[in-house]
Write a protein that binds this ligand. Sequence first.
Ligand code: GLY
Length: 438
Amino acid sequence: MSGAKILLVGSGAREHIIAEKLFESKPMPHIYSYMSAKNPGVMFCSDKDMIGKMNDVDSIVTFAKQNKVDFVVIGPEIPIEAGVTDALRYVGIRCVGPRKVVGQLETSKSFTRDLVAKYDIPGNPKFKIFESIDKISEFMDELGDTGFVIKPDGLTGGKGVKVLGEHLKGKEDSLEYCKEIIIHGSRVIVEEKFVGEEFSLMSFVDGKTVVDMPAVQDHKRAFNGDTGPNTGGMGSYSGPKGLLPFLNEKHIEDAHNITVKVMEAIKKETDVDYKGIMYGGFIATKNGVRLIEYNARFGDPEAMNVLTLLKTDFVKVCTAIVEGTLGELKVEFSDDATVCKYVVPNGYPDNPEKNEKIEIPKPENGAKVYYAAIDKREGALYMTGSRAVAFVGRGASISDAEKIAEDACNTVTGTVRHRTDIGTDALVQKRIDHMDAL
Ligand code: GLY
């Protein structure tokens, strides 16, 4: 029996592990990849590849048609915002990745806050959406001691959200930041700041059924001790049995219920089934689970944690998503823990070194390697400026998994660095203590 023909869109470490998981399926599928740069890991799994822009809808549709693919898996958010899923639908090709109108869950933060409020779903902070600077100051005062978070409405690559007391010193620079967002043509959302521990709960969704993956904690700040600027994510960990050490099953149940309600609400609102990944960014507070945001795709690095643990054939999972039969499939994950650490160029994220050579020996300790912003030229690997390569360790405990990932990071040579604290006993204990002290 011949395997499915699948087009994969995207070229980061997230897409490398998606390609690898698809490639492991039986019968082996034919993978066609549409990338913005030649990721050697994705290319290894692909029959054919094409380089192009992530928002070039016509090129993606043409490549899918030429290769008569059975379905498409979309990695990043840009093609979702560009309407790739809708354009493919017109030519009869289905996608693991939502249509543009329901992809607003990620592409418009105001859409999600309004939806959650309208359908009376728990999890929203106090918030207001502004199109001009008038009255922002008043609302900041109204939020008082709880403080606030400022978010541009659209996509920002994870780098646009600023928190009072962390990225913003006081009201003055906060209002300046709001002005900057509005001048650049975006609406601004000002919302109550939550205090607690953040976690990502990603779910496979077919429009009717929500199947959760293990919970993961990402680390957005550039440097050890959660200092420095925000990044796309420097690394992440998942704990044994799909839990995190500072969460209990009720936290997961509450987050799951929010995702189910949001999936149902989005269908009522748009009459479109959400098919793909719903990635809930949640925070466990002293008053329960609250919603920070949704993304409409796998998290990066979180994809490396959860797909490492996925035991069910991934092509079967994708097929169930596009066919709307997820409720009939038993989706299983290993009980192991995982730690993923990114090695990044010096200067990342503000002034990253680019076009520097990097040497990535094959790990001998069982760590897995996933290429990200890497370009392969004349037999050598060069960094293109963003996160370069991810290493994943897996073990019975977070501690075991951390040692594997950390040792692998230290074998890389080049002008690079990584966060040595992600997944260590000390940092995990800090998270538990923080939660206990709330
Ligand atoms: N882990 C952050 C993101 O994927 O947006």
